[in-house]
Design a binder for this molecule. Sequence first.
Ligand code: KIV
Length: 286
Amino acid sequence: MAQVTTLTLKQYKEQKKKIVSLTAYDYSTAQVLDRNGVDVILVGDSLAMVVLGHKTTQPVTVDQMIHHTQAVMRGVQRAMVIADMPFMSYQEDVKEAVKNAGRFIKEAGAHAVKLEGANRLALETIERLVDIGIPVMGHLGFTPQSVHALGGFRVQGKTAEKAMKLMNDAQALERVGVFGMVLEMVPSTVAKLITQNLEVPTIGIGAGSDCDGQILVVDDMLGKFTDFKPTFVRQYANLADITSKAITSYVDDVRTSNYPNDKESFRLSSEEEAAFLSLIGSKAFN
Ligand code: KIV
């Protein structure tokens, strides 16, 4: 089973084979994704929202992201694992960004990092990271770390001028050496034209079917996170319902002493039981 690398993703684009990607934040989820053909696992900073319960991705820290990336790495054999660099871990200066990106590779064992945007500092940072040998994935369109500046969770690139800005940013990211990029919440025509004008693969989320691959937040597509459901999400399961039913049954079983039964308990042998009873000089268990 060959490990997925940046080269594999480039080949997939050339062969027009779609790249399958999902987020994961823990060991057992990473195992299921890896065993079932997911090519790229993103330890997204969406974990701030779906795992930690924050309203935006902004509060999550580098240490928290590293902790979850380490767990995901332990569950993966084939997939490429990309760690999201959280808000303010690369926005101050290149030196700080290099130090933080290095931690994801050294301490967590991630195969690559992702960062958002294409401003001057982001481009400079990506160039430096690529130069050092750290593969970088870009992220354009709706960039969640800038949610307040963007005026909320909104589709980006909706005018010709804004679409052209996205195209220019995508090409700038390619020039500084990203191996691929996420396009989030952009009109499908814009995503299609960007994809056609790049050599590196695009991974879409709310960006139509013409990107080179697709990514979803795993808690959204499994119906586990229920605070809100973006319109582009297809829900493949309803884990919130399944989990609720299981918990309700467990509560009933414990309250009615229906759990645990004999098979779910450990017993003394009859000889040891008799000896124990005689030692404590008590009556039989009932
Ligand atoms: O943090 C995340 O989950 C992401 C995906 C939405 C691409 O960046």
